[in-house]
Write a protein that binds this ligand. Structure first.
Ligand SMILES: Cc1ncc(COP(=O)(O)O)c(C=O)c1O
Length: 443
């Protein structure tokens, strides 16, 4: 391995170091997503060099037209002048219930289908109410790696959480691991994303059944984050009412909240709308401690009439019409939303190969023996380097990502997001990775 000082790196190292210093973060390898965004933008501005930017998880495709058209029409119909229903406009509630039936094969009444200002508000509301149901149940459990902002939400609320990295606990091993937390009696909910941000692993039915069985046994709520709904491209999940369906814990327990974001599947992140789908059983559950504290009857009412009312008093009226139209078109079979986002998987396939051909390894590489799918994110490591060290060095090569340490992973490596990398950058990526590998490979 060469000393970095002897190498002529693609990006001027003095400038990179100066910008890192200006950022005033203790260790750049552990910086947050937003800090890396700021850093890379400032290096690009000074050097004029274009980075292969893989740090941000934002959609890179145009917003779904059917949504945009419906939203414009709704605005012309003067919906902006009226407060929306807090629990959602009826067409959206009905279409969501239909959507989960046709794409997940589960039955949920429209009543439990509630719009939120992005899934971010959905998880905030869910954590708040799950954490207030029983006094002794004061802790959320993350099946990590995961989306860091959800832990920040608990921090802001002053609620506790525990977490473990699922890497070594796939399949049947998950049962004993979850049991070791649940048997202590302090866990009120379990949260995970599927497909998973950052690793793109997908729990299979065996694992979802384990999670569902334990939710029944210990009476905990499962918050299933479907921000990347249908995007396990290894199967065709795009046909309404036709199996296979999006995998879900809802098949194994009635104790669930699903979160369906419009941000990635419909490229609708800017309008900040998602749905929480509360099972019929949970919606009507009564928890004496919650009722005493929030002066309200029932779990669903606590979410709608206490938490969402207090936070945002509903979700923007016009975006509700947009989402209703997108769900309707998907259900009618006139809009194949999964086809639209397959581009992410195709780019991931090419990019993963470029990394692997140049000495990198995929960290989370399998789902119980099956290679992990190609999608919005993948995880990479370089032998002999810690995640933070790798991130720091890649910045000299015009490549940016975030450290896996930020996501609750115990593995050394980085999360790479494909959405903002343009196909015309693959050549740059290849050249830079080749140089990186020749500069750092152990001989
Ligand atoms: C796993 C996961 N959950 C939730 C969100 C937030 O979704 P929204 O934009 O609907 O708030 C994201 C966004 O990146 C995500 O990756």
């Amino acid at each position: 391995m060469k000393q970095i000082s002897q190498i002529n790196t693609p990006i001027n190292r003095e400038i990179v170091e100066r910008k890192i210093e200006e950022l005033e973060v203790p260790e750049i390898g552990n910086a947050s997503i937003r800090e890396i965004v700021q850093l890379v933008s400032s290096i690009e501005a000074v050097t004029g060099d274009r980075y292969v930017r893989m740090e941000m998880g934002v959609p890179g495709l145009p917003a779904a037209k059917v949504g945009v058209d419906a939203e414009i029409e709704a605005l012309h119909n003067n919906v902006a002048a009226a407060y929306p229903r807090i629990d959602g406009i009826q067409p959206l509630k009905d279409e969501t219930s239909r959507f989960v039936k046709l794409f997940m094969n589960i039955d949920v009444k429209p009543e439990g289908c509630i719009p939120t200002v992005g899934s971010m508000e959905g998880s905030y509301a869910a954590f708040l109410v799950c954490g207030g149901c029983r006094k002794e149940r004061d802790t959320a459990l993350f099946i990590d790696p995961g989306f860091p902002v959800q832990k920040q939400q608990l921090l802001v609320m002053g609620q506790k959480y525990e977490t473990f990295d699922v890497f070594d606990y796939r399949g049947e091993k998950l049962r004993a691991k979850l049991d070791s937390y649940l048997s202590k009696g302090n866990i009120n909910c379990i949260i995970y994303s599927n497909p998973n941000n950052p690793s793109w692993i997908c729990f299979n039915d065996e694992e979802l059944k384990i999670i569902g069985d334990l939710a029944n046994q210990y009476d905990v709520v499962i918050i299933e984050d479907l921000a990347y709904f249908g995007m396990d491209f290894r199967q065709d999940l795009s046909q309404p009412g036709v199996p296979p369906y999006q995998a879900t814990v809802a098949r194994y327990t009635g104790n669930y909240i699903l979160m369906i974001s419009s941000s990635k599947v419909f490229s609708y992140a800017g309008q900040r709308i998602g749905m929480i789908v509360i099972s019929d059983a949970l919606y009507h559950r009564h928890f004496p401690y919650l009722e005493e504290r929030l002066k309200v009857h029932g779990f669903g009412n606590a979410i709608v009439h206490r938490v969402l009312y207090s936070l945002t008093s509903g979700t923007s009226h016009s975006s509700q019409y947009a989402l209703a139209a997108m769900f309707k078109a998907a259900c009618d079979g006139t809009f194949n939303f999964i086809e639209q986002v397959k581009e992410y998987g195709e780019k991931a396939k090419i990019m993963k190969k470029l990394f692997v051909d140049n000495g990198f390894i995929i960290v989370y590489d399998t789902d119980l023996g099956q290679p992990v799918g190609d999608g919005f994110y993948f995880t990479i490591a370089y032998p002999g380097m810690t995640g933070p060290e790798l991130l720091h060095k890649l910045l000299y090569y015009g490549i940016s990502a975030i450290s896996l340490g930020n996501t609750g992973s115990t593995k050394e490596g980085l999360r790479a997001c494909v959405s903002h990398v343009k196909r015309d950058q693959f050549g740059d990526l290849e050249t830079r990775l080749k140089q990186f590998n020749s500069d750092f490979a152990e001989i």
